[in-house]
Design a protein around this ligand. Sequence first.
Ligand code: ADP
Ligand code: ZN
Length: 779
Amino acid sequence: MSKTRTSPRLAPAALPEAPEAEGDPFGLDLLDAAKTEAPAPPSWRMAEQAYEDRFAPGERVGVLPLGALDRLLDYKAPKDGCAPGAFVEVPLGPRQIVGIVWGPGTGEVPEARLRPVSRILDAPPLRAPMREFLGRAADYTLTPLPAMVRLATRAPGLTEGQAMRHVYRLGPREAGRMTDARARALAVLRDHPEMSFTLGELANMAGVGTAVIKGLVTQGAVVETEAPRDQPYPVLDLDAHGVSLTPDQMLAAAALRIGAEARSYNTTLLKGVTGSGKTEVYLEAVAETLRQGRQALVLLPEIALTGAFLARVEKRFGAPAAEWHSGMTQTERRRLWRMAATGGASLVVGARSALFLPFRDLGLVVVDEEHDTSYKQEDGVLYNARDMAVLRASIEKSQVILASATPCLESWHNAEIGKYARLTLPARVGLAVLPTIKAVDMRLEDIARGNWVSPTLANAVAARLERQEQSLLFLNRRGYAPVTLCRSCGHQLGCPHCDARLVEHRFMRRLMCHQCGETQPMPIACPDCGAEGKLAPVGPGVERLGEEVAALFPTARTAVLSSDLYGSAKSLKDAIEQIADGAADIVIGTQLVAKGHNFPNLTLAGVIDADLGLYGSDLRAAERTFALMRQVSGRAGRAEAPGEAMLQTYQPHHPVIQAILRDDDEGFWRAEAEARRMAGMPPFSRLAGIILSSEDAQEVMDKAVEMSRHIEPLRRIGAEVWGPAPAPIARVRGRHRVRLLVKADRAAPLQDALARWAAQFRFPSDLRLTIDIDPQSFM
Ligand code: ADP
Ligand code: ZN
């Protein structure tokens, strides 16, 4: 297992010999790796000093350009020397480019021709553990190092200096007349003497208008000064108490606190049904990590969940966490990037990309809803944030908590064989009990064509309306109808660029392709036969279900929750909060609603089509259906009122439906693990998806056939190759797609073999090769 990398990954043909198969050399079996490394120094900050000797003036350094070049370029350190990991500007031909001092030089350029680094940029250097993480993540995902490094350096402003801005602090005088609003603003300043707030931040935190603060400035109770633009985040109050934990929660929290104190790598699967207090428990680990002077990161699968989480952190610790996701402004991103690097942000909550922030001393990563598929990035650099969190933690000597009611099979298996520790919260808190789950056998229901709510489910909803409780109807299909059919000629409206149907979105009055995003107005005439007024919707989407429900319950207030019905993450968040407050009687939603939102008055969860996921051709179809159905049923009955879940199914005897009904999760995972073991599938083997795409259908198939005929490097490690075959969605955005699947032993050096294999071929410039390690999607 290599320690720090000194050179970026070279072109595949030049890779060094395959390392000895020592366990799982590229894999994430990091518990083993952590054991074989030297004992951890007491703190990374001390380690840094030993590790990170500055380069002396004139010393040869290797600089990784942030552009496309996948190699180190040699330069001389500038006259004051420079730190490893420093961001620098260097001359390249006539230009100046930005790069990172990655380590010692390669020696490729003769001493006489070595040019000096032009300038060190005003940004915190990328620390050794971070560089090692990026290097190993690049190796694992077969990504060129600069592309991986770009994930960690997306925050803007690297080449700008530190500008100043107006901030507000306590002033020397008393405020003349004290109002509630004024008192609140002054209290915020008193509680956070370490902070310099902008006008907006102070107003926000105090919950007052900016005029209140300006008034205090006029009176001299608050003064306006200048401070560097990027300020630390408010310090969390670690002495504040949370709720009093139940005995089970206490045991789990104690184990996690010990994990934080250990300052060594460890991963724990925190399993517990929705509402069992997982968040409450991992916040205890966050507190301990911060007490140790280290930083913590909480990853959430969905931006819409951050609002509730921030509020919770603020309630628990007196100040919110710093947030990181795609909806933030450039200014906020730059601030957080720098504060993560300098320690001015102690708790960060974010989407998967937050894992690439340059934390100064990352002590804890929580991956909440760890089974969620959105942790896998499916375009650009293909990585799974859950697995990368484990990799990063093993390098940073930190703790990982994987929290879920329905962990993915890989995590469940790792806990089962002792690679991960496991903590289980057995019960819901307080009086709340798990919902009873029933199947509605659709073969026996009397239901009109074009309707989807069975009489049994409708009766259950009516009973909730009577009692003024909320119902959720779950259907994992956006839009109005998945298919639009011409009743005259049978033609189905399809996307011109993809092998996919156009989905009607009546709310937007358009047809949309869910593959490429193509939209068109709804035509009046069939594009095939020209018949007018013959186009008819087929099958249900949430919008259409909304119509049905409105007709069934004309006086009920219904709300349809689907990501595309809201203009922004913010408006969606607001809608969710209003619904939680009781603004709707019947909530109709896509999988968005399955993800951890807390609707206290919801006592019925109805699944319109529990069979939807069971037909999937992919490896994880059963697992996903199981997880989703359990998550949806878990929405019901969180507070004191007991909940009920109903699954509409045409296959009530299907093993997955049966496992859900029996609420037998361990039994389900054991059976599923056994099936995977028999089939030699992950986690008992490793897969790589190979996707070739081109606008030329013949060219792409020919190349795939050629690749399948020269598999010597793969055969040498005992790997099997399946395909080529046209991908299930054979054309996306006008590109034809062909897939191969490679399967190898867990211990085999798969990435190295794949790189050697791919290096044998020449690819025409319009043909794209994508290698997806541990694929989630097989489409
Ligand atoms: P999970 O993350 O497992 O869904 P949460 O931590 O969100 O569970 O807890 C569910 C709800 O129960 C929250 O409102 C939380 O504040 C509350 N809760 C959890 N544990 C306790 C406890 N020991 N005492 C009181 N309330 C609790
Ligand atoms: Zn399309």
